[in-house]
Design a binder for this molecule. Structure first.
Ligand code: UDP
Length: 315
């Protein structure tokens, strides 16, 4: 399937990698981004492509948007550090912004992919997490603005599917990392990599026994494209992530090893509501999309370190 793809949040980490891939596959790409956490630097190489254009706009303000065949809704800050600084924007981008894009999909008869998150599972009591698990979210906690807004965003997708037959698919995206993450994004991979490359201590929050399952960005955007382009999935929700679990301490040690750094590990307090374990059950993605991540944590981390090293050298 080619045609015109509208990528909302297209200048962000995931959006820029996805745009590159869709252009390579012959799509026309319209990037919509308010350049809040998205960066022009991410799309520098794309701006001269004849099939690419950028519209600087914020979906919360309901901008007039050109017609497209498909819409990827990737707009939202996703780092816990940002939840403290931008809670209202994050809550509204995922609710009001989602409603606006669902209306757009009705008007233009477009297919929509909504980027939800593993955060809808909160601090999970079921492990690994299948899509059928309803989660354990603290709606009033520091992550509530993101977690609960994503949950309500999902509810809206179901309502628009039922009421207006919108062809909408939802991806629950687990921890993803790779080149183009903001260095000061605050999430664990950019923090550890930047710290190790600069000879600073790696800041492990808590004792580091909490786990995450890390997926390299190239694998993740393959999954997004499969989810968008597989027919007959209207209304479906699918976990996308790499089901190999690592403790945060193991991640710190692997980063130290690959960077061959003198940086030590220091411990800082564990933030409130930090999930203790997270690992996707991706049986549905395998069944429905024939998709599974291929890049190991060691390989992906090496590529990320190389690219951060280059950026630090350019800075
Ligand atoms: N973390 C850490 N040191 C850091 C940043 C994060 O130990 O400098 C931990 C954090 O407490 C969490 C895990 O790494 O347990 C993943 O955090 P991140 O912010 O990347 O994403 P989350 O999965 O929590 O949304």
């Amino acid at each position: 399937m080619t045609g015109t793809s509208l990528i909302v949040g297209g200048a962000g980490f995931l959006g820029s990698h996805l745009s590159e891939k869709l252009l390579d596959n012959g799509h026309e790409v319209i990037c919509v981004d308010n350049l809040g956490s998205g960066r022009l630097e991410n799309i520098d190489a794309l701006q001269s492509h004849p099939q690419y254009r950028l519209i600087e706009a914020d979906i919360r303000e309901e901008p007039e948007l050109p017609p497209a065949d498909e819409v990827y809704h990737l707009a939202s800050r996703a780092s816990p550090k940002d939840f403290t600084e931008f809670p209202v924007r994050i809550a509204l981008t995922n609710t009001q912004g989602t409603r606006y894009l669902l209306e757009y999909a009705v008007e233009h008869d477009a297919r929509l992919l909504y980027a939800s998150t593993s955060e809808v599972y909160g601090d999970p009591e079921v492990h690994p997490q299948p899509e059928s698990y309803n989660g354990n979210v603290n709606i009033r906690g520091p992550r509530g603005c993101y977690d609960e807004a994503k949950r309500f965003g999902e509810t809206l997708t179901v309502a628009y599917r039922d009421r207006y037959e919108v062809d909408v698919r939802t991806a629950r995206i687990f921890n993803t990392y790779g080149p183009r993450m903001r260095m000061d994004d605050g999430r664990v991979v950019p923090n550890f990599v930047t710290q190790a490359l600069q000879g600073q201590d790696l800041t492990v929050y808590g004792d580091g026994s909490q786990t995450r399952s890390f997926c390299y960005v190239a694998d993740l955007v393959d999954g997004l494209q499969e989810l968008m382009e597989t027919d007959g999935l209207g209304g479906e929700v699918v976990n996308l992530g790499r089901p190999e679990e690592a403790t945060i301490l193991q991640l710190a040690e692997l980063t130290q090893e690959i960077c061959d750094t003198d940086s030590e590990i220091t411990h800082e307090p564990l933030p409130q509501d930090d999930p203790s374990r997270r690992k996707p059950d991706i049986s549905r993605a395998i069944d429905l999309l024939d998709w599974e991540p291929e890049i190991t944590l060691r390989d992906g981390l090496r590529r990320t370190i190389d690219s951060f090293d280059e950026r630090l050298g350019d800075a």
